[in-house]
Design a binder for this molecule. Structure first.
Ligand SMILES: *[C@@H]1O[C@H](CO)[C@@H](O)[C@H](O)[C@H]1NC(C)=O
Ligand SMILES: *[C@@H]1O[C@H](CO)[C@@H](O)[C@H](O)[C@H]1NC(C)=O
Length: 397
């Protein structure tokens, strides 16, 4: 019998260890005053500089009129809308200004995650008015709506991942030097302009924008992009559905660039896109139609070294201390906010069950298994099983 008791103690120890390991630091933001803070920025400010553990800021529904900054010395922060629907948590600001000075939401820290929220700059057309600026490395956004007009998303520098996001704007509304992978995102153009303005001045830079299984809709027509400062721009639209909103030439450029450089150094083009806007017959001469081989390095999560840092969403989230209601389980939703027109011709959202197909290499899907999340889930199952067995053994002993 002592052997059983010893065994039971071991399993209880393991279970408690697992339970402690799974606890997340959670700070709640609620406008009614029932959370830890009423403003998102106050919650960020409460995180100690140079933090080494992940912190989740859980934001209850509301319209938060704030200009938010996650400073560079506060890595590992997750900001998450509590309902799982981006239209319930709206961060809004309406200021124009220099792209590196004014933004509704600036992420300067590394290892940031944003989930289920809307980030908008309502300034409107005519000037630079950034909604989201990301200059930290390893940043990921899931099911967020990023809404503006000119310069909506400043993907300044670093490696970034966007999944099931809705991005709206008119002029250069996804721009910068980062290496970014947009997976099953909905891009919506609200006026004449350019969807992307990628900046890559040297062939050694890791930057580039890859759109994988996205959908493009809009009002009027737009260009897929124009290189910004430098001829080495890389923008790849793959397996993307384009409504009849793309200018037939597809791409533009500033006067300073020579056609020959564009032909030899710029990497802007499409791969297996469809829809009425995807026709390539009248594209500019330097637009690429990638071959399987050329596109392979981009259609993998490893373009942003994602295997090392992209994690699954937690399957459970522990309720914050002293909060009566536990958060609802997060359900995957479509990326469209209520203001966005629902476009029946867009490709259906990717199936949400894990594992996710992240890209194609040599014609084969790359399946990425999310190690840490699955590990913890599996671990906690084992813990629960072990605890029940231990109780049973005690009863029997
Ligand atoms: C955070 O780390 C940086 C770099 O190591 C250091 O310069 C800074 O003083 C630290 N800040 C605090 C508040 O400890
Ligand atoms: C999100 O909330 C909005 C507004 O309440 C609602 O119209 C929309 O259907 C919701 N989206 C999903 C996917 O449930």
């Amino acid at each position: 019998m002592t052997r059983y008791i010893f065994f039971s103690k071991i399993v209880i120890f393991v279970y408690v260890f697992v339970a402690i390991a799974q606890t997340e630091n959670i700070i709640t933001v609620e406008q009614s005053g029932n959370g830890h803070y009423r403003k998102i920025q106050d919650a960020i400010d409460s995180v100690a500089p140079n933090n080494t553990e992940s912190v989740t800021i859980l934001v209850k529904p509301g319209i938060y009129k704030e200009s938010i900054s996650v400073p560079a010395d506060k890595p590992l922060i997750t900001i998450r809308g509590s309902t799982g629907n981006a239209s319930d948590v709206i961060v809004t600001w309406d200021q124009r200004g220099d792209i590196d000075k004014v933004a509704t939401f600036h992420v300067g820290a590394s290892d940031f995650v944003g989930r289920y929220m809307t980030i908008q700059n309502t300034y409107g057309p005519g000037h630079q008015a950034v909604a989201l600026r990301v200059s930290g490395d390893r940043a990921a956004f899931y099911e967020c709506s990023i809404v503006g007009n000119q310069d909506t998303l400043f993907d300044e520098i670093g490696r970034h991942y966007y999944q099931n996001c809705y991005i709206e704007g008119a002029v250069d509304f996804i721009f910068g030097s980062s290496a970014s992978l947009f997976e099953t995102c909905h891009i919506h153009s609200v006026g004449k302009g350019y969807i992307t303005a990628q900046r890559r001045e040297m062939p050694t830079e890791n930057g580039g924008f890859v759109f994988f299984k996205c959908g493009i809709s809009g009002q009027g027509t737009t260009f897929l992009g124009r290189p910004w400062d430098g001829v080495y721009a890389r923008v790849i639209f793959a397996y993307t559905y384009m409504e009849d909103v793309i200018e037939p030439q597809g791409w533009g450029h500033s006067d300073g660039l020579r056609e020959e450089d564009l032909r030899t150094k710029t990497l802007c083009g499409q791969y297996r896109c469809d829809g009425p806007g995807a026709t390539t017959s009248n594209r500019v001469e330097w637009a690429r139609e990638f071959t399987d081989q050329q596109v392979a390095p981009y259609l993998t999560i490893q373009f942003i070294n994602g295997k090392d840092w992209i994690k699954s969403s937690p399957t459970t989230i522990s309720p914050p201390a002293a909060m009566p209601s536990s958060p609802k389980p997060m359900k995957k939703k479509t990326p469209l906010p209520p203001s966005a027109p629902v476009i029946p011709s867009l490709p259906p959202p990717a199936p949400m069950a894990r594992p996710i197909v992240h890209g194609y290499e040599e014609g084969q899907p790359i399946i990425m298994y999310y190690s840490s999340g699955m590990f913890m889930t599996c671990f906690s199952c084992i813990g629960t099983f072990a605890l029940s067995s231990a109780v049973l053994l005690y009863l029997l002993a």
